[in-house]
Design a protein around this ligand. Structure first.
Ligand SMILES: *[C@@H]1O[C@H](CO)[C@@H](O)[C@H](O)[C@H]1NC(C)=O
Ligand SMILES: *[C@@H]1O[C@H](CO)[C@@H](O)[C@H](O)[C@H]1NC(C)=O
Length: 263
């Protein structure tokens, strides 16, 4: 009977017939012998099933890898959101005393991070005088600040970055700038330069053009900060940048954000 069907199968080239024949035979298998004949006869079916399984495994692996990569943030704002969360939970500990690094005057990452720590301590000291909460250091804001400081060093002049340069969640971040000639810019010097504007600030008025660095560094509602510094491309000019988040100097909100000295 098996031989009979086998012959029938060999004589026919009709695909539909082959398929029905395949299932007929499969349901008519009654013994181990019959099954082994069936398996030999349809070896290519097993091959195709095997190939399909292999292809499906490969497709699944490719999709897994693809979607895993896609999970990494692509948009800049997502990137910032994620790292900002990290910065919030890991407040950077700033030592009480930072030793002056006398060995290097260059823009090495080491001296720049020391500069940033000094600036943070000085900034928070001045904020405390005005009863404003200390700022947290944010590495992403520091990256923006450092990039802009490098741009200023190349341009060799002081100007604010374009607002699209420093955006977060559709809001423009606050930016303070300074330069100094013939002397290395330290974090303390930078803060002293900006704080000196407090002499011309009238605490009973709203927005003022001559004390914007001061009002931003003190601004109560600003919570995070990043600093950047660079030595200019020629001569002994140094440029410093601070980026604040959320931004300060908002018209109509000076009274509650820039309080006069309390101690
Ligand atoms: C901030 O300080 C720098 C350095 O003293 C000064 O050149 C700049 O005009 C100040 N910016 C504002 C908006 O007052
Ligand atoms: C500050 O502004 C107030 C309100 O305009 C004014 O009365 C006061 O004289 C100003 N103070 C100084 C020191 O200019």
């Amino acid at each position: 009977m098996v031989v009979d069907r086998n012959q029938k199968y060999r004589m026919s080239s009709d695909t539909a017939y082959r398929i029905t024949d395949f299932f007929n035979k499969m349901t008519n298998i009654n013994s181990v012998d019959e099954f082994s004949v069936f398996a030999r006869q349809y070896w290519y079916v097993w091959l195709i099933i095997g190939l399909i399984i292999v292809i499906m495994i490969v497709i699944n692996v490719i999709m897994l890898v693809y979607f895993h990569r896609r999970r990494k943030p692509i948009r800049q704002s997502d990137y910032f959101k994620k790292t900002l969360e990290m910065a919030r939970t890991r407040t950077i500990m700033v030592p009480e005393k930072v030793k002056e690094n006398l060995l290097s005057e260059e823009n090495s990452p080491d001296t720049n991070s020391q500069f940033a720590m000094e600036a943070l301590i000085a900034n928070n000291k001045y904020r405390a005088l005005h009863d404003c909460p200390p700022l947290k250091y944010n590495e992403n804001l520091a990256k923006i600040a450092q990039k802009w400081a490098e741009t200023l060093g190349k341009m060799q002049k002081l100007q604010h970055s374009p607002t699209h340069w420093r955006r977060f969640n559709n809001a423009v971040l606050g930016e303070n700038l300074c330069y100094i000639y013939n002397s290395r810019l330290t974090g303390e010097k930078m803060m002293d330069i900006w704080y000196a504007e407090s002499k011309v600030h009238n605490f009973s008025l709203d927005k003022q053009v001559d004390s914007q660095n001061f009002s931003q560094m003190i601004w109560k509602n600003s919570r995070e900060v990043g600093f950047g510094r660079v030595k200019g491309a020629s001569g002994d000019w140094w440029y410093g940048v601070a980026i604040y988040m959320p931004s300060g100097n908002i018209v109509g909100h000076y009274a509650e954000n820039v309080p006069p000295i309390t101690v």
